[in-house]
Ligand binder design. Structure first.
Ligand code: CDP
Length: 232
């Protein structure tokens, strides 16, 4: 049987990665976080001096450098690690400037092509739970299960602050919500692979749900589609 694919999409900070990781662990699948690859390209563009934090710079130089960037997904004991020319950017991928540049660069066709190649190559070899913005719509339109996660903007902002170890005070939540809104608007309005649910995606509003409840719901959907845990 060809490897199974679970696609999880949704807006920024909707809990995709945490959910995808937990669903992958429960099923014995690999977790592929496509956002990390866009972030890695942005990190490399910043390191290479092609793009400033403002977004000004030579995006065409990034496109040209892509084939030689040495972008890799390396399976490790704790999931995949992203490498760029043998280096592991690690937590630098979560830097706010890298996050903004990732959204900017992800609108470019050569960047999307490169990321999609890497993700599809892994999914040919292994059962995966893959999260992103266009996994169920563009990358794997024939995925065995597609999920689209939502949550209120304020709740997503609160979660993102807590994830970073910051207090979810009113002002901080409002500022973070503004950044999420801006990025979601850019991701949803671009012409290439815009953020939107696939017609056949299970839509889940997670605002009032615990992470465990979201995972349980997805595992039920998986079972009902004949997706069985690998290691049981
Ligand atoms: O974790 P968070 O939802 O904040 O972001 P992410 O999933 O790491 O993605 C970072 C950026 O990469 C997004 O804002 C998108 O612009 C882009 N991205 C994309 O275009 N397509 C994907 N499949 C995944 C990410």
């Amino acid at each position: 049987m060809s490897p199974r694919i679970v696609a999880i999409d949704g807006p920024a900070a909707s809990g995709k990665s945490t959910t995808a990781r937990r669903v992958a662990d429960a099923l014995g699948f690999e977790h592929l976080n496509s956002g990390l690859l866009y972030r890695a390209v942005a990190w490399a563009a910043r390191e290479g001096g092609w793009l400033q934090d403002s977004g000004d710079g030579r995006t065409d130089a990034v496109d040209r450098a892509l084939p030689d960037l040495g972008l890799e997904l390396v399976p490790g004991a704790d999931g995949y690690v992203v490498r760029v020319d043998g280096r592991e950017p690690g937590s630098a991928l979560r830097d706010p400037a890298v996050t903004r540049l990732a959204s900017l660069l992800s609108a470019r066709a050569p960047v999307r092509r490169r990321v999609n190649e890497l993700v599809r190559e892994e999914a040919r070899r292994r059962d995966v739970v893959c999260d992103g913005r266009d996994i169920g719509t563009v990358v794997f339109p024939h995925a065995d299960l597609k999920v689209f996660l939502y949550a209120d903007e304020e709740e997503r902002a609160r979660r993102r602050l807590l994830e970073r170890g910051e207090a979810p005070a009113l002002e901080a939540v409002a500022a973070e919500a503004g950044r999420l809104r801006e990025r979601d608007a850019a991701d949803a309005s671009r012409s290439l692979a815009p953020l939107h649910p696939a017609d056949d995606a299970v839509r889940l509003d997670t605002t009032e749900l615990s992470p465990g409840a979201v995972v349980d719901r997805i595992l039920r959907e998986a079972r009902s589609r004949g997706i069985r845990p690998r290691h049981v």
